[in-house]
Design a protein around this ligand. Structure first.
Ligand SMILES: NC(=O)C1=CN([C@@H]2O[C@H](COP(=O)(O)OP(=O)(O)OC[C@H]3O[C@@H](n4cnc5c(N)ncnc54)[C@H](OP(=O)(O)O)[C@@H]3O)[C@@H](O)[C@H]2O)C=CC1
Ligand SMILES: O=C(O)C1=N[C@H](C(=O)O)C[C@H](O)C1
Length: 276
């Protein structure tokens, strides 16, 4: 990890997916932060927000128009925060690489090949990527490691997640990360042991599996429970988000973390000092 430019006092931040649920939350959080300034706002050409002031929804003028021109949107920027879709994030990252702009990636649903492309871009620009930017979820990931090591045999492990009706990927990126952390802690390979659906005559549960259940409905912001079900007892570890503000605040912590870094792929364990 190379150290380059001095840490700027005000971080110039662009937001991709500027009119999405997280885009709005991020623009609001940037406005409230003394050390960050909105410096770019990207959205799809089909978005009705194109050409409007990015903060118009707050009844405020930031002076930053929403644009579909990625290079224009990144022309005066230190870090891009991207909560969009995998194909959008990858297109934005190509421009970040060209322009030397860092990235905070919250988008979920990447394939392994797409994750490898992101790692490749991180050789040239600094990137924080995490399926969940909240402090609580990242602390829960550490708790899960401990619990899974202690409960590796005799306990059936199930990951249950619930999200709003608009979510397009399943299981959530957070649920998958929880599965990965648990699988590693108990010495299994998630690609071999994950069970994503059950229907019909499934047979008895294979104790080496990690099961996933997905609920979609209403305006649920994001709930994750990991169940360790033994004989005569069960442990449930749950995180519930009641506001997207935690994701936005975590993203701004990631922006600050990237200042002065010139390359490397990091996650929220690095940002929050939770790396073992
Ligand atoms: N890491 C974390 O902490 C969190 C991660 N997420 C993840 O962030 C992502 C976005 O979530 P959310 O804000 O709820 O979603 P929304 O659908 O509300 O917002 C997505 C935004 O991205 C735009 N967009 C869609 N496709 C593309 C594309 N191909 N290229 C560029 N822009 C695109 C949308 O434009 P349009 O509306 O015009 O389609 C919209 O502005 C999801 O992957 C979600 O799982 C969400 C919350 C927390
Ligand atoms: O789409 C969402 O809303 C969320 N997505 C992330 C995920 O897939 O884990 C994080 C959070 O749960 C909200």
């Amino acid at each position: 990890m190379a150290i380059s430019a001095p840490t700027p006092s005000v971080h110039r931040v662009a937001v991709a997916g500027a009119s999405g649920r997280m885009g709005h939350m991020l623009i609001e959080a940037i406005r409230a932060a003394d050390d960050c300034r909105l410096a770019g706002a990207l959205d799809l050409p089909s978005s009705p927000a194109i050409g409007n002031d990015a903060s118009a929804f707050l009844g405020h003028a930031s002076g930053v128009p929403v644009t579909a021109d990625v290079r224009e949107g990144l022309s005066d920027v230190d870090v891009l925060i991207d909560f969009t879709r995998p194909e959008g994030t990858l297109a934005h990252l190509a421009a970040c690489r060209e322009l030397g702009v860092g990235a905070v990636i919250g988008t979920t649903g990447f394939s392994d090949a797409q994750k490898a492309q992101i790692a490749e871009v991180a050789r040239d620009v600094p990137i924080v990527m995490a399926p969940n930017m909240s402090v609580g979820v990242n602390v829960m990931l550490r708790l899960l490691e401990t619990a899974a090591q202690a409960l590796a045999s005799g306990y059936d492990i199930e990951v249950i997640e619930a999200h709003h009706r608009h979510k397009v990927d399943a299981p959530s990126g957070t649920a998958l990360k929880m599965g990965e952390v648990i699988a590693e802690a108990v010495g299994r390979d998630l690609r071999q042991c994950a069970v994503y659906a059950r229907e019909g005559i499934t047979g008895e549960r294979d104790p080496s599996t990690i099961g996933f259940s997905t609920i979609r409905g209403g305006d649920i912001v994001g709930d994750h429970t990991v169940l360790f079900a033994g004989t005569g007892e069960r442990i449930e570890i749950t995180h519930r988000s009641s506001s997207r503000a935690t994701y936005a605040q975590g993203s701004l912590r990631a922006v600050r973390f990237l200042a002065g870094r010139s390359s490397g792929l990091f996650d929220m364990f690095d940002v929050l000092g939770l790396r073992p």
